[in-house]
Design a protein around this ligand. Structure first.
Ligand SMILES: Cc1cc2nc3c(=O)[nH]c(=O)nc-3n(C[C@H](O)[C@H](O)[C@H](O)COP(=O)(O)OP(=O)(O)OC[C@H]3O[C@@H](n4cnc5c(N)ncnc54)[C@H](O)[C@@H]3O)c2cc1C
Length: 371
């Protein structure tokens, strides 16, 4: 049996939860499917206080923001949330398949918003398959969701925000952080996070990479080395770092498989961190009625993911005839909020990526550029 729904949201992170709440606030009926056992996305493990503007809960801890968004969605009469519900495929006849608690559901939504977030990137080096080598997000989940001390002594690879924040959280969990290494010539994350680590005595070395890991059956250490200005290892600069865990915090990439499979126009845009669906000003993909919001359409921050989710939710509900004028005004408000969020130096990379996407979109249909 195929279940008919008005709006299906795939993914219950900040983008998906905000999309559902926005569409429901205009009267649309929403079904949200989240593959994990709790909604909240990345926020469920983020115990630190967020930066940004008050409108996006700055100053609050990610975990609290996630709960606030999830509670609002759970308690809304127009929203139904299925957890343990992985969206598997979006097909040409409009049917979406979902694996829900071992059952195979078939759903035919009038509109679909894909908000599946991102996946961690990995790094190629000898012995990178030894037990003890993790993505930083996995380590953060072990510590902050499951209460497991993940290591005794860690080498962190990557000094972006994730590497810096997870290093500090490792210290808080009683783990020794042997050091943070970063291949780029400068620290990529906020300096306030780097300063906290340095004050705690953790060395952060830029222009360094991991040459190899070693260990007998499990990780026992890593060899690191300096990189020259052409990112080539400098012979003779190798150092041995004893550690039982290596954490890789080398970036995220959009989790866009559903959009690939649905046949959306996709593009590799470096500034958006990988292959993304090309969307218009309503965050609608090249497939009418299929929207993409949050990290799936470019790795950014939870603040932008929330606003993108709202924008897509208003656009989808408005297109179904729910208060179209109000939906248009709210959609415009969200677009302005996004422009403000991206107006600082940190938004320059995203803006450059969106310009490339806008050119592709214009070539496709000569329509409005992405917001
Ligand atoms: C360590 C760390 C620190 C951060 N700090 C900050 C910060 O200080 N400020 C800030 O603004 N941002 C921060 N961020 C970034 C922020 O968490 C993300 O940008 C944000 O969570 C993206 O939201 P999203 O909804 O697009 O994706 P996600 O939060 O990743 O949510 C996607 C959801 O979709 C689900 N999903 C995936 N595939 C499927 C499927 N097929 N079917 C059903 N469900 C699916 C996933 O389980 C997940 O729940 C941080 C991120 C990390 C990792």
């Amino acid at each position: 049996m195929i279940r008919e729904v008005e709006i299906l949201v795939a993914g219950g992170g900040p983008a998906g939860l905000c999309a559902a709440a926005a569409a429901a606030s205009l009267g649309a009926k929403v079904l949200l499917c989240e593959r994990s056992d709790v909604p909240g996305g990345q926020l469920v493990k983020q115990t630190h206080k967020f930066f940004g503007s008050e409108k996006q809960y700055a100053g609050d801890r990610g975990i609290h923001i996630g709960r606030t968004l999830a509670d609002a969605a759970v308690n809304h009469p127009n929203i139904e949330i299925l957890t343990d519900a992985a969206v598997l495929g979006i097909y040409e006849d409009g049917v979406v398949t979902v694996l829900y608690k071992n059952q195979h559901l078939k759903i035919r939504p009038k509109r679909t918003i894909v908000a599946t977030g991102a996946a961690e990137k990995f790094l190629a080096f000898p012995n990178n398959d030894l037990p003890g080598i993790y993505g930083a997000g996995a380590v953060q989940t072990l510590m902050n969701v499951h209460g497991v001390k993940p290591a005794e002594r860690v080498l962190m690879v990557g000094a972006g925000n994730i590497g810096l924040i997870v290093s500090y959280q490792l210290l808080q969990a009683g783990v020794e952080v042997a050091g943070v290494i970063e291949a780029a010539p400068r620290i990529g994350g906020y300096l306030v996070h780097a300063s906290k680590l340095r004050r705690a005595g953790v060395p952060i070395r830029t222009g360094y990479t991991i040459k190899e890991a070693y260990g007998n059956g499990k990780l026992e250490g890593a060899v690191i080395c300096r990189l020259d200005e052409n990112w080539k290892p400098v012979p003779g600069t190798e150092e041995d770092i004893r550690c039982d865990t290596i954490c890789l915090a080398v970036g995220l990439t959009p989790l866009a498989e559903l959009c690939w499979q649905a046949g959306c126009q996709m593009a590799f845009i470096r500034e958006l961190s990988g292959h993304v669906p090309v969307v218009d000003g309503n965050l609608e993909t090249s497939i009418p009625g299929l929207y993409a919001a949050g990290d799936i359409s470019g790795i950014e921050e939870a603040s932008a993911a929330m606003v993108e989710g709202r924008l897509a939710g208003y656009a989808a509900a408005g297109s179904l005839g729910y208060e179209p004028q109000k939906a248009g005004e709210l959609r415009q408000g969200a677009a302005e909020e996004l422009a403000e969020l991206r107006s600082g130096p940190a938004g320059a990379r995203i803006m450059a990526g969106l310009e490339k996407a806008a050119a592709l979109l214009a070539a496709r249909k000569g329509g409005a550029g992405p917001c």
